[in-house]
Design a protein around this ligand. Structure first.
Ligand code: HEM
Ligand code: NAG
Length: 499
């Protein structure tokens, strides 16, 4: 169904622009080679089918740098991981038009003075705000855990403890715990609008995200009735004045709302921006799902992490001076080597992101090995982290999940050590630290207070149709059983380092 609409739309768009302008494109001297493709959609079909395999094929044939076309956009791909720093540093490679493209095409709004707003807003999820944000997140997570461990079945309310296992989809469970905590940490609490709550947003984001790549490329949302319907639900939000008054609303949303109001942006613009922010945070939810899946799917991974968390809790219990929840500081749960490695390994295998920049003027780009290539104003340049993450020369057996792969490890390509072997956050993501800490806190607490197991035979994998999303979603959910442990020591997020 989708495919037909998409091809029709591709043809319409393709005919108007591609035909006149782009088929006459000739490669100039010293420009990268152009990968041959379909007259209308360029390399779009092969890219959509399996981006990593397609790019690896091109790399074999054309080397570490070449140009592809997706509909009407030429994109030069730099597949050499050593050139990542050069690309990230290059001044004429601009992220702004890319972010504008997402805002405009997908979420239907413009952000005035975007650069200032994003750099200021980025500060609201880092530094001292990181600790306040984490404090709120930890509280919201505690509430969410309490809710899922009390099940109401046919009017019988029971605790998921002892023989009373709870059962749910792992994605559903992660949405009711982690995503719920994220939602309330961002937007605070309040009940003015019934649909403005985590489960409604989780479900509607799910339908909406299916169309993300098509919308991003410029196909109108009206072509996809399901996306339009979801977007309508997601747009039912408190007014900006109501939002500012919600108890617990994040410093980020306070700042962005006031900033946009000061620029006289419309309520609809503010709504669109709130959605983008929730959308980037949704990556944390996808990441946490995958980490949990790998922990539950592989006994060795589970045992290694379980021991690490238990050791931490025991160590803290021995030195605790009073009863009550054990305070754990950021330094303590951020530096657990196994947990850290599991998360990195999960990012490696599930990251689907496209790191794209707009080229603002003709430039001679120098690769790490000294090779130079001319790049054209108006084109895009990109790195494709998943192609690096699945390179067998860098990561032995790239298809296999190894929980300790990143423990004290170095990675090499062409005999030279990589400065950044994992580029799942690109070079610009301001939420990296926050997101990783939230994921870690979630996992440490879950492992500490719950027994969780996959229902026999449940399997899933990354849905490669979503390449281009920061973290790929699974092809299907898996059923899990969970219950509270009979005995555990409650943990508390410690905002300050203990002396
Ligand atoms: C697992 C979680 C996440 C992943 C994998 C991820 C990944 C990314 C990537 C790949 C980019 C593009 C960067 C580039 O091209 O150099 C990006 C941008 C961005 N991310 Fe994240 N992100 C995550 C979580 C978050 C969170 C939690 C926030 C907010 C608190 C956030 C806020 C942003 C913003 C605002 C941008 C745009 C930056 C700009 O325009 O300068 N991200 N993210
Ligand atoms: C916003 O509108 C107010 C009232 O119309 C005006 O005084 C102010 O200059 C406007 N601000 C901006 C940034 O356009």
């Amino acid at each position: 169904m989708v495919a037909v609409t998409v091809y029709l739309a591709a043809i319409a768009i393709g005919l108007t622009v591609a035909f006149f302008k782009f088929i006459y494109r000739r490669r100039r001297p010293n420009e990268p080679e152009i990968v041959p493709g379909n007259l209308l959609w360029g390399n779009g079909a092969e890219f959509a089918e399996h981006a990593v395999n397609f790019l690896h094929r091109c790399q074999k044939k054309f080397g570490d740098i070449f140009t592809i076309r997706l509909l009407n956009q030429y994109i030069t791909l730099v597949l050499d991981p050593h050139s990542y720093e050069n690309l990230a540093r290059e001044k004429v490679f601009d992220f702004d038009p890319i972010q504008r493209q997402v805002n405009h095409n997908v979420f239907n709004f413009e952000l005035i003075d975007a650069r200032k707003m994003l750099s200021e807003a980025g500060k609201k999820v880092n530094g001292r705000f990181l600790t306040t944000g984490m404090r709120n997140f930890a509280d919201n997570l505690k509430n969410a855990f309490a809710k899922v461990s009390t099940v109401d079945e046919n009017g019988n309310i029971y605790q998921t403890i002892g023989d009373n296992w709870g059962q749910d989809g792992l994605r559903d469970l992660t949405s009711k715990t982690l995503f719920s905590a994220l939602f309330y940490t961002i937007f605070g609490q309040g009940d003015a609008i019934e649909t403005f709550e985590p489960q409604t947003f989780y479900k509607n984001f799910d339908s909406f995200h299916k169309y993300f790549n098509y919308l991003w490329l410029g196909l109108p949302v009206k072509l996809f009735p399901k996306a339009t319907a979801a977007l309508n639900v997601l747009s039912q939000q408190p007014t900006s004045d109501e939002m500012l008054k919600r108890p617990g609303v994040s410093d980020y949303i306070k700042f962005s709302t006031e900033f946009m109001k000061a620029n006289n942006q419309s309520e609809q613009d503010i709504v669109g921006h709130n959605l983008v922010f929730l959308h980037v945070n949704y990556n944390t939810f996808r990441l946490a799902f995958w980490v949990l899946y790998h922990i539950l799917d592989d006994r060795a991974t589970f045992m290694a992490l379980h021991k690490e968390v238990q050791d931490l809790v025991e160590r803290k219990t021995e030195t605790a001076t009073e009863n009550g929840p054990l305070g754990i500081s950021i330094e303590e749960f951020d530096k657990l080597p196994i947990l850290d490695s599991i998360i990195r390994e999960t990012l490696r295998v599930t990251s689907g992101v496209f790191m794209v920049r707009y080229i603002t003027q003709d430039v001679e780009f120098e690769m790490d090995n000294g090779d130079k290539a001319l790049m054209r104003e108006g084109d895009r340049v990109a790195m494709y982290p998943p192609a690096i993450h699945k390179d067998p020369e860098i990561f032995e057996d790239p298809e296999i999940f190894k929980h300790d792969r990143f423990v004290d490890a170095k990675f090499y390509k062409n005999g030279k050590e990589l400065k950044n072997p994992l580029v799942a956050f690109g070079s610009l993501c301001p939420g990296k630290k926050y997101s990783l800490l939230q994921t870690k806190w979630f996992l440490v607490n879950l492992m500490n207070s719950f027994d969780v197991r996959l229902v026999e035979g449940q399997k899933t994998e990354c849905d490669v149709n979503y390449y281009g999303h920061e973290i790929l979603p699974p092809t299907n959910d898996v059923q899990v059983q969970y219950r509270l442990k009979e005995k555990f020591q409650e943990l508390d997020f410690l905002a300050r380092r203990q002396c």
